[in-house]
Design a protein around this ligand. Sequence first.
Ligand code: SAM
Ligand code: SF4
Length: 393
Amino acid sequence: MSPSLFGIYVHWPFCVSKCPYCDFNSHVRETIDMSLWESSLVADLKVAYQQTSQKKVTSVFFGGGTPSTMPPKIVNTLINEIYKHWDVDENIEITLEANPNSVECEKFKNLSLAGINRVSLGIQSLNDQDLSFLGRTHRSIEAYDAINIAQKTFKRHSFDFIYTLPNQSLACWENELEKILNLGSSHLSLYQLTIEKGTPFFLQHARGDFSMKTDDQSASFFERTREMARSYGFDAYEVSNFAKSETERCLHNLTYWRAEDYIGIGPGAHGRFYNKKGQRWFERRHRAPEKWLEDIKEKGNGAHVSTVISEQEKVEEILMMGLRLSEGICLTDFSKKTGYALEESPLKQPIKILEQENLLSLQSNRLQTTPAGLQRLDGVLSFIFNYAENKPA
Ligand SMILES: C[S@@+](CC[C@H](N)C(=O)[O-])C[C@H]1O[C@@H](n2cnc3c(N)ncnc32)[C@H](O)[C@@H]1O
Ligand code: SF4
C-alpha cells in the first residue's frame, strides 16, 4: 500500500497575458495589491489548518496562473507559515509553476532561497511558429535560457509541452520530441492540445479557423510519444506525465491521483481531506480573485463551498484519479478508503466486462488500465459509473 500523502496547493491567479487555449483560473490585472494578497493567502492557510486533522505535509504546489510572477517574499512567507503550523516531511517537495520569460527567470534564485525545490516550466514548444500559434509571449531562445537557469538553480525540474497541434505533422513532433528528450530533464509533462469551452481557441475552432486531428491521428501521436519517451528511459507513470525514476515523479500530483488528502488555498482552489471530525471533506473557493478576497475579508475564510464527500463520490474520486496512473489502484488501499472490497462490490461486474474487452486488468492486488483502456479512459469511467450505482456492498 502507498504511504499516506498530504499536499498543500496555493493558487496564484495572475498571468501577464492570457493564452488562447487556456481555461485555467488565470486573470490579467494591471495592478495587484501584493500586501493584501500576502495577508489574505496567509489567512486562508490558517483557517484551512484549523480544519484538517493534524498531518505531516509531504508536498506544496504553487500553481496558477503564473506563480513565477509572485514576489519571492510572499512565497517565503507562505512556506514559513506552513512550517509553523504543520509537521513537515524531511523530503518535502515544494514546486512552483513558472513561465520561461526572462523577467521571471531572474527571480529563480530568490524563489529557490524562499524554499522552492522543484520548478515546473511551461515551455509548451521548442518551435517558434507553434509558440506563436499558442499565443505564448516567449520564443524558443528564451525557453532554452530558462531551461538552463532552472537546471542550475533548482534541485528538481519538469518541463510542460503541448502537442498534437492542428498543423503539426507526426514527423515534426517526433523531431521536436527528440530535442525535448535530450534536454536532460528527469520529468516531463506532455499534453495533447484540448479545445476548452469559453477560450478563444474554442471560437476559432468552431468557425473553422483550424481543425483538430482525428481520433486516430491523436492516438498515433499519443502512442508514438510514449514509445519514444520509453526509449529514452522515461516511464509514463500517468496519462501525460513521464519520469526517469520513481523519486522524480511529482509527489504533489500523485497525492491527487492516489486520492490522498490535500488542501487548496487561493481563488478557485479546492481541497479533499479528512477533517477534525474524521469526515472526508470537500472545499472549493470562488474562482474570481476579487470574490475570493471579499470572502476572506468578510468571513475570514476562503472556502465558498464546504461539504462532506459522499461514499459514492469517494469511489468516483478513487477510480477517476487512480486509473490515470500506470500503477493503477491498490485494492487494499481501496478497501481502506471505502470500507469495502472492490471485488465484492457492484463495481465487480462492469470491471469484469472491461477486463474481457482488454481495457482493464485486475491482478496482483491492483486494478489498472491497459494501454488500450488508457486511450479510452473517459469511456471506461462512464461505463463503470453508468453500470452500477456504486453503493457499498
Ligand atoms: C496551469 S497551466 C501553466 C502554468 C504556466 N502559467 C504556463 O503557462 O506555463 C499547466 C499546463 O497545462 C497545459 N495546458 C493548459 N491548457 C491546455 C490545453 N488546452 N491543452 C493542453 N494542455 C494545456 C500547459 O502545458 C500548461 O503548462
Ligand atoms: S497557459 Fe499559463 S500563462 Fe497562459 S493563460 Fe494559462 S496559466 Fe496563464
